[in-house]
Design a protein around this ligand. Sequence first.
Ligand code: FPP
Length: 255
Amino acid sequence: MAQAEQYQDLLAKIDSSKMPAHIAIIMDGNGRWASARNLPRTAGHKAGAEALRRTVEICREIELPVLSVYAFSTENWLRPMEEVRFLMRLFIEYLHNEVALMNRQNIRLGFLGDRTGLPDPVRKALAEAQAATAANDKMLLNIAVNYGGRDELVRAIRKISSMIDKDKLSSTDIDEQLVADCLDTSGKPDPDLIIRPSGESRISNFLLWQSAYAELYFTKTLWPDFTKRDLLTALLDYQGRKRRFGKTQEQIAKD
Ligand code: FPP
């Protein structure tokens, strides 16, 4: 049996008064992980699902309220059809397999993205997993599938325009709160920390509106290699940052 990963030393360093409300992760590097082992890309995605399982476990352990993971973007449909099919099957399998564990760990499943563009079996698996975990209240795990930050904003603008068309709203009523309420993350805190593994330093259309004041953390580790220690290392780095939200350091010190 593989030796259990040790991370108690890092856990002990966490400052419970500086916990983020929401961590978001761009799960990247599955393909490179597989190529480095002469394996098909699909093997990288499978290993990525294991990394997600570990990450959910550690996030629950540190009592993180919201974790969002980017699993499939609106642009990922351009990948080879076989890979897209594999990923859709993997999502369904993950949702079926994880529900029991989510219920044991009191985790609720959420979804970010445009459901209408998803194949029926994926929609069904998402709806079933959401219904089966709806009463859980210790952590929300948002899975972003067919998600794009720009697409989300377009859908929000359409919702607002439709309210105006129906005379339920005037354009002068539009404010930041209304826009936020029309996003997939409505009612949820903005991400405090966005983690991107794999050495790429970009946001790639993830949570564009919500990331306005997020702290960004980039690591070269490929997603399938991402461990509980990596998550805790990112969290400790975040806890060392000075967040000012546009104010001066002096103002922050007085708050
Ligand atoms: C990006 O890495 C990853 C994806 C497009 C798929 C993400 C899917 C998983 C992590 C599987 C587990 C998820 C769920 C919800 C079960 P890439 O393949 O583009 O890597 P590369 O840049 O190295 O090619």
